[in-house]
Design a protein around this ligand. Structure first.
Ligand code: ACO
Length: 433
């Protein structure tokens, strides 16, 4: 039962508990169930399908209406009118920067661009064929060994410094993770380039060969960064908040976010989509894969389709779809076999009864993988690019968490289904050592 201010829950023993209703500025109202534990109950919500874990003012999603707002601004306008550092400033500070704020912010980020020289040896400890995400997670975590003594997470200025360091250094860490795979020398960041161009230059230039920066391709890459910058309380952001709630070092928190993002159900989807397209290979085999995706006895899912929150179209997907066409036309790749295969798959899935009924539309990663492939970014770097972009959102959420007066260490409960109490059998051999 619910009225406009509170809900009433009646337990089996007849006890009635009043549960306050909390209204945000947009979105569904929430029932505050924190009083339940005092009454001897916990709630059960696998996958947090009905659980709000925090208050947040950063991002709003309406999955039914395909709306994504960052600090109130629609993603379509941000992708069109802003660059990535505008968006990262917005996520962290709540407002878009004016000209002098922007100059100061860009200057601050560039001041922190360089990595500590000793990190070279951290990279060199890995096998050459290590996945860039594994290297990134470990190298970002290792930064907590560089910046810890002067770091007090409850100090606003310390948090700001950590945020700037992370945004500044993650592009080099991502690019170097790949250059190390190739056995190529590490390229240094360039202060004369914008954030997106600097990353592409680090990834593709070499001491013997400059990289030609094509403005259409740089803008397309910038759009990938903007579209992936934040997405409210997804698995990796919730991971960053949970790790951070214990007061852990911010570099360690972001490393945990990278680990969470790596999974194919989350950030690994763009890489998995490309792998799937390469495996399907031929348009004649699309139906076979569609049938497999529908078969409940087969664990295969059509990668790049569906979304936990968007039960309608993913608004980012439409922007990326447009960008995808721009990039392929600029590069003369419209007849590329993988692209043609993707377009055919998209069409068939959008018309197939199973996908239509379950509202499984292509998500942003269905297209971002194709764009990145056209830009020459290898499959193994797709999720690393996502991590680079999402660092802006992770750090904004991590910072916001400390502004919350109700901040508590995250500690979910459980329904225990194991053995009840019993005794260890007597007469066991105990090691003498
Ligand atoms: N292919 C085939 N069937 C699917 C797919 C898919 N890609 N996605 C969902 N379904 C089906 C499920 O089998 C389920 O069917 P059922 O109701 O008959 O059991 C139904 O649709 C609902 O799916 P859920 O798993 O309950 O949806 P959930 O919200 O848990 O999963 C997820 C969302 C993980 C994104 C899922 O759609 C998926 O695995 N997609 C492929 C991976 C992917 O593209 N992930 C990227 C997400 S976007 C991002 O991280 C930026």
């Amino acid at each position: 039962m619910m009225d406009s201010k509170k809900a009433k829950l009646t337990l089996a023993n007849g006890t009635t508990i009043d549960l306050p209703i909390i209204e945000g500025s947009l979105g569904k109202p929430a029932i505050d169930i924190s009083a339940l534990s005092e009454n001897g109950y916990v709630t059960y919500d696998p996958g947090f399908m009905s659980t709000a874990s925090c208050d947040s003012s950063i991002t709003f999603i309406d999955g039914e209406k395909s709306i994504l707002l960052h600090r109130g601004y629609p993603i379509e306008q941000l992708a069109e009118q802003c660059d990535f550092l505008d968006v990262s400033y917005l996520l962290l500070n709540g407002e878009l920067p004016n000209e002098s704020e922007k100059n100061a912010y860009v200057g601050e980020i560039k001041k922190h661009y360089l990595l500590h020289d000793q990190l070279n040896s951290v990279f060199k400890g890995f096998r050459r064929d290590a996945h860039p995400m594994a290297v990134m997670a470990a190298v970002v975590a290792s930064k907590s060994a560089f910046y810890f003594d002067e770091m007090n997470v409850y100090n606003r200025n310390h948090r700001r410094l950590s945020a700037n360091r992370l945004i500044a250094k993650v592009p080099s860490i991502a690019a170097w993770s790949y250059l190390y795979n190739l056995g190529r020398p590490f390229n240094y960041p360039r202060n004369d380039l914008g954030y997106a161009a600097n990353f592409l230059n680090m990834l593709f230039s070499s001491p013997t060969q400059a990289y030609h920066l094509n403005p259409i391709l740089v803008r397309a890459f910038e759009r990938i960064l903007i579209l992936h910058a934040d997405h409210e309380q997804n698995a990796s952001t919730s991971t960053v908040r949970l790790v951070g709630s214990s007061g852990a070092n911010p570099f360690a928190c972001i490393a945990a976010g990278i680990a969470s993002l790596w999974g194919p159900a989350h950030g690994g989807a763009n890489e998995a989509t490309l792998k799937m397209l390469q495996e399907i290979k031929n348009e004649n085999r699309i139906n076979e894969y569609i049938e497999r995706a529908k078969d409940k006895t087969d664990s295969f899912r059509l990668m790049g389709f569906g979304h936990r929150v968007y039960r309608n179209k993913d608004p980012r997907a439409e922007i990326m779809r447009k960008t995808c066409h721009e990039v392929l036309s600029e590069l003369g790749l419209e007849n590329d076999s993988i692209f043609k295969l993707a377009m055919k798959l998209e069409k068939i899935a959008l018309e197939d009864e199973y996908f239509v009924e379950k509202k499984l539309y292509p998500n942003v990663d269905f297209y971002s993988g194709i764009v990145m492939r056209a830009l020459g970014i290898p499959n193994s770097m797709f999720t690393a690019v996502f991590a680079l972009a999402r660092t802006a959102g992770w750090i904004a959420h991590w910072n916001e968490m400390f502004l919350d007066d109700n901040l508590k260490i995250g500690r979910p409960r459980q329904i225990y289904k194991g053995k009840t109490q019993r005794n260890v059998p007597s007469g066991r051999n105990v090691s003498k050592y």
